[in-house]
Design a protein around this ligand. Structure first.
Ligand code: OMP
Length: 216
């Protein structure tokens, strides 16, 4: 994938403090020297630029899919922004859908909003931490008779889950689908290498990777 896409994403994330450096307790209980919070891309401009990075990642990887699906809640604006960028940047008008967390019994009913789930469905989300939300999305897609085509996330932390594999590698292995990331921890570490203020965190990141990182 092009370094221009990775760099555009990483500089925006750092600018918006969606990527923070310090000491953060993760869901796993690990203390991480960095944390990614996609909820901080919170303006039309931010979502537009982020959508361009997601869309470019799909196109640069020649990803094979018919439509996009954004899991509630964080995946919803991300899949939408990706769909609009696929149209404006790449002239691809693909259907987009998302789920409600709670099924509606009245009105239009059901828990899928937007295009019906059919064909090869690409799931768009922020990060894969334990893989629970992604597994739920895959179940939902299969229940509708559609096929999961892959997962697209912003950042791959490249760290082990409970075993040797990362949650991303586990999803790839269990479902035999690709997982694409705009950038991974190696990209982040290279990106901050020459930054006067942030390069100091590379030592902590290296220590963290030695302890929890996946095999290269
Ligand atoms: P959603 O974005 O709501 O799916 O949550 C993702 C989970 O991953 C949350 O529990 C976050 O606290 C967690 N998380 C991040 O969002 N960013 C990170 O860099 C690391 C984690 C994590 O806890 O591993």
């Amino acid at each position: 994938m092009s370094s221009a896409t990775k760099n555009a994403f990483l500089s925006l994330a750092i600018e918006r403090q969606a990527l923070k450096f310090g000491a953060f307790t993760l869901k796993s209980g690990r203390t991480s020297p960095y944390f990614f919070n996609a909820g901080l891309f919170a303006s039309g401009g931010d979502l537009h630029r982020l959508g361009e990075c997601y869309a470019a990642t799909l196109v640069e990887n020649n990803a094979d899919f018919d439509m996009l699906f954004g899991p509630a809640y964080k995946g919803i604006p991300l899949a939408t922004a990706t769909a609009t960028s696929l149209f404006t940047q790449f002239n691809k008008d693909v259907p987009v859908a998302y789920n409600r967390k709670e099924a509606k019994a009245h009105g239009e009913g059901g828990n899928i909003v937007g295009a019906p789930l059919q064909g090869k469905v690409m799931i768009v989300d922020d990060v894969i931490t334990a893989g629970t939300a992604i597994r739920e999305s895959i179940d939902l897609i299969q229940q509708q008779g559609a096929e999961p085509a892959g997962v697209l996330v912003a950042l791959d932390r490249q760290e082990r889950g409970s075993g040797e594999l990362s949650a991303i590698q586990q999803v790839q292995a269990d479902y035999n689908i690709p997982v694409f990331a705009i950038a991974n921890l190696t990209d982040l570490s290279n990106f901050i290498k020459n930054d006067d203020q942030l390069s100091v965190y590379n030592e902590k990141i290296a220590q963290y990777r030695a302890q929890y990182g996946i095999q290269a």
